[in-house]
Ligand binder design. Sequence first.
Ligand code: MG
Length: 331
Amino acid sequence: MKLTWESLTLELRTTFRIAHGADDRRYNVLARLAEGLGEAAAVTYHGETQTGIMEYLARVADELGNCADPFLLENILDRLPLGSQAARAALDLALHDVWGKRLGQPLYRLLGLDPTRLPLTSFTIAMDEPAMMAQRAQEAGLPIIKVKVGGANDEAMVAAIRNATNAKLRVDANAGWTRAQAAAMIPRLAQYDLELIEQPLPVGDIEGLRWLRAQKFGLPIFADEPVKTARDVAAHAGAVDGVVVKLMKTGGIREALRAIHTARAHEMQVMLSCMVESSVGVTAAAHLAPLCDYADLDGPLLIRNDRFAGVQYEGARMILPAGAGLGVTEK
Ligand code: MG
């Protein structure tokens, strides 16, 4: 199978400011393996760069070139060397796309999943002046908003958005608080009728999450950044109410399925989410959404230059494409 790749620069509709930093553009990578499409998101706070992703793909191109049977997914993915999880995700996505295309079936059907059972997706409002964030939430007119916090102005931002909309609100601190800040902020923010809170504490502080959860603030706590693989899900059992699964953290669909099932085994809830990604990466994730409680798959809504068409949005409702494999087409 021939592997090629190219840069995929994504222009954000508004500056994407979160506790990790701010961007107007993201530099992802598009991979093509035989007739399959995959995407790798270069998220710097996960140690991913466009150059690193491309170097990884160059390193494995010959071996994949010698590999003729795309149905040996487990063998092929097992043999990939450790390295960029995002690059591995791009290859995993492309292999699943080839799998479905050669069998003439959409991925959700191969996985035995019901395309009418996708949770509604949230829409993300990045950090900005509270009045601006409130205006964006109002203009979006969508039923579920994810508010990025973890700065100096958190309560004012959440209060402004709460005043502007009746939407369900989820809050994501992106590891931006200390234990003391989180213990002070969570009960204050809980007054604004929030659905859940993501990653209040720095990566690695599992005991801190367990301690926060034991305070019973009445707000479910989800772990995101530190939870990459099924093993990380298990390590957070009992410390959080749920986990955030993203294909770019798991290294693709295979490990995402293992992570989701591991969460279920530990009676944890699952939010399926994405990075800033085009319709290639987000559509792949959407095929798994029927397995999850919450969806945060708004990548294509955040960018202005999506070169691909896949999952469609009717407000917050996602409609999976009926085409074979990922069902993604180039515009
Ligand atoms: Mg998050």
